[in-house]
Design a protein around this ligand. Structure first.
Ligand code: ADP
Length: 407
């Protein structure tokens, strides 16, 4: 297939995977309005350095490739990116991209929006690595690799933190000596690309709710919740790093910081503590089986059940906290892998919220992952909206491309 439109590449480099999507920028996006670019193809490599597997598909679902590689051939992110790019360029008869949009996890307090990448931006993103040690270095590797190969190509950084910028200082504070807050030790919030997409989508599908007090639960491998008023973030469950808030696939969520001090005093090294908090905790840590919600729902061991019960109870608690910030609750939205696909987990979370918020699900609508899953009698409407973080990156990249005269 060849595409008549300019194309944008969206790169999402995670700790053991790289995802690349190709978007076509429609003619109308040349005008001054934000028009959503259309997905043309998607490729991803998982298991980098362990058991690399490349899967690539066109947007209509046609498979381009699905193959496993020897570890030596895809030993790092650089190699993975080159391989995906090559695969997708064959699929698109090599239309060179006019811009690349990157998912970047941490933008600190400096970046309140997507930004064109230059050497100064790269240096500032490097300074934020300690705040997102498992994600930010991979985001930067992809940026540097492309800058080295095609220095003049427009690259745009889109941040998981940016949607939360400008929140009331009260919601950014941790009760440490104030000097640390001034140094940037504050609660930033993450999954902002997902929340920005959901805010936009909610305005399309339920404009009556979009201006209200809304809690969005992004429940994927990482998980957080965001309180929105009028489509803007006013609070979220994540903090300085993506460890805070509710428990996740392998991350612990909020814990007593005294537990960390205790483990350190017992002789556990900081690196080992970090690896445990990010990689061995959450659903995986409690169940001892898996970080994957599907595996836990399929298991009848007491600890798998305990992990799911704890997850649902903590998610519901966080809804309560955010409702306090909002001063009420007009809608609850579920999104991401678990949020959009796991009726059982949504039902368990909502059961905790029934009495306090008058939430009642419609079991059939919930079972079918319908857009509105609450019963007509529910005091608070509950929605399921699949997220599209990469589409959001494509949208911001097309805007910056237009603003810099590239379209
Ligand atoms: P990431 O945060 O890596 O983008 P996802 O948003 O894809 O992850 O979410 C992954 C999680 O979603 C996994 O725990 C997976 O088990 C869960 N999930 C995906 N589909 C289902 C399903 N049908 N039922 C239950 N859980 C699901």
């Amino acid at each position: 297939m060849s595409t008549p439109h300019p194309v944008i590449l969206v790169v999402n480099a995670g700790s053991s995977s790289v995802k690349v999507s190709i978007y076509a920028v429609p003619e109308a996006a040349h005008s001054n309005v934000d028009i959503q670019p259309t997905l043309a193809a998607h490729g991803q490599i998982e298991g980098i350095g362990v058991a690399p597997r490349l899967v690539a598909r066109m947007a209509d679902g046609r498979e381009v490739t699905d193959q496993k590689f020897p570890v030596e051939q895809v030993a790092d992110h650089d190699a993975a990116f080159r391989l995906i790019r090559l695969t997708l360029s064959v699929a698109l008869r090599d239309t060179p991209p006019v811009a690349i949009g990157h998912r970047v996890v941490h933008g600190g307090s400096e970046f309140a929006d997507a930004v064109r990448i230059d050497d100064d931006v790269i240096a500032r993103l490097e300074a934020l690595v300690p705040l997102a040690p498992l994600h930010q270095p991979h985001n930067l590797t992809a940026i540097r690799a492309i800058r080295g190969a095609v220095p003049d190509l427009l690259q745009v950084a889109c941040f998981d933190t940016a949607f939360h910028a400008g929140r009331d200082p009260l919601t950014q504070l941790m009760a440490l000596p104030y000097a640390y807050y001034e140094q940037g030790v504050r609660r930033y919030g993450f999954h902002g690309l997902s929340y920005a997409y959901i805010a936009r989508r909610l305005r399309q599908v339920a404009p009556d709710l979009a201006d209200g007090r809304v809690v969005v639960a992004h429940l994927g491998n990482g998980a957080s919740l965001c309180a929105m008023r009028g489509g803007r973030s006013v609070d979220s469950t994540m903090g300085l790093t993506a460890l805070d808030g509710m428990p996740m696939g392998t991350r612990c969520g909020s814990i007593d910081p005294g537990a960390v001090l205790y483990l350190a005093a017992q002789g556990m090294a900081p690196d080992a503590i970090q690896a445990m908090l990010y990689g061995q905790s959450g659903l995986k840590g409690i169940s001892g089986i898996s970080s994957d919600m599907r595996a836990l729902l399929a298991s009848d061991t007491p600890r798998a059940r305990l992990a799911v019960d704890f997850y649902a109870w903590r998610a519901a608690q966080e809804v309560g906290k955010l409702a306090v910030t909002l001063g009420g609750l007009d809608a609850l939205v579920f999104t991401a892998g678990i949020g959009a696909n796991a009726p059982d987990v949504r039902a368990r979370i909502c059961a905790h919220l029934a009495e306090l918020f008058g939430i009642a699900l419609d079991p059939a609508a919930n079972g079918d992952n319908c857009q509105r899953i609450s019963h007509d009698t529910s005091r608070v409407p509950v929605l399921v909206l699949p997220t599209d973080e990469e589409g959001m990156i494509a949208l911001s990249t097309a805007r910056i491309l237009r603003e810099t005269g590239g379209l």
